[in-house]
Design a protein around this ligand. Structure first.
Ligand SMILES: Cc1cc2nc3c(=O)[nH]c(=O)nc-3n(C[C@H](O)[C@H](O)[C@H](O)COP(=O)(O)O)c2cc1C
Length: 208
């Protein structure tokens, strides 16, 4: 029987701001892809920060990652493997409410990721995998001939923002472009208005 999951409110950004003191230049100098992570759950505040700063949309600050014409056709699907207080499952990040809404997908995230990532080893230890999922219909309405290119560009910028926020929070991260796109589309499209999985990244506790 399917477990009914509730929407998870993420911790208020006010809890972690102001910043840790890691400058953008330091974050860029120190960033290196991590292909293995320490065991243990990621704190919920860390996940909330990652999502809010890169993908959150507020009246006051807009969004950290730019979007052509403020159309925001790229959303985040969050596969939670090990996060404090969050049942492992697939969620959609709701950027205005700053919540994780369960997608009602039955698959177990870690097992599923192990099957679809080209670099399977990452799935064994990552705490969270984020897919940048594009709304192809909205992109065509807004961008016409530029739809495909703009979706991919925005997805790339969104994931890069997350890598920088990960560095700022001193957690491990790796951009993951090589995954079974057909399998990802089959799993995610029905619950994301036929969203296209464009790009992704793995996050976890750093190995010391
Ligand atoms: C578009 C893109 C796709 C990538 N896809 C993968 C991937 O599927 N699996 C992986 O382990 N690393 C992936 N990487 C990470 C690169 O392998 C990594 O950035 C490169 O080895 C340089 O190492 P560094 O990130 O530590 O500087 C990807 C990087 C980019 C930019």
């Amino acid at each position: 029987m399917r477990t009914i999951l509730r929407t998870i409110p993420l911790p208020s950004p006010e809890l972690y701001y102001p910043a840790s003191g890691v400058s953008v230049v330091t974050a860029l100098r120190e960033r290196r892809s991590q292909h293995e992570f320490a065991s243990g759950p990621l704190p919920l505040t860390v996940l909330g920060t990652l999502l809010n700063e890169a993908a959150g949309i507020t009246e006051r600050f807009g969004r950290g990652t730019p979007s052509p014409g403020r159309a925001y056709p790229v959303a985040c699907v969050v596969a939670v493997c090990a996060v404090d207080g969050v049942p492992p499952a697939f969620y959609r990040y709701e950027p205005k409410e700053h919540t994780l809404a369960p997608l009602g997908i039955d698959a177990a995230p870690r097992e599923w990721l192990t099957g679809v990532l080209a670099n399977r080893g990452i799935a064994e230890t990552e705490a969270v995998h984020v897919f940048a999922v594009g709304d192809g219909y909205a992109a065509e309405q807004h961008f016409g001939d530029n739809a495909e290119r703009f979706l991919l560009l925005e997805a790339g910028q969104l994931i890069q923002s997350m890598l920088l926020v990960a560095q700022h929070q001193k957690i491990g991260a790796c951009t993951i472009g090589r995954f079974d796109r057909a399998a990802a589309e089959t799993l995610l499209a029905p619950t994301t208005a036929q969203g296209l999985p464009l790009h992704s990244a793995a996050f976890g506790l750093p190995l010391t």
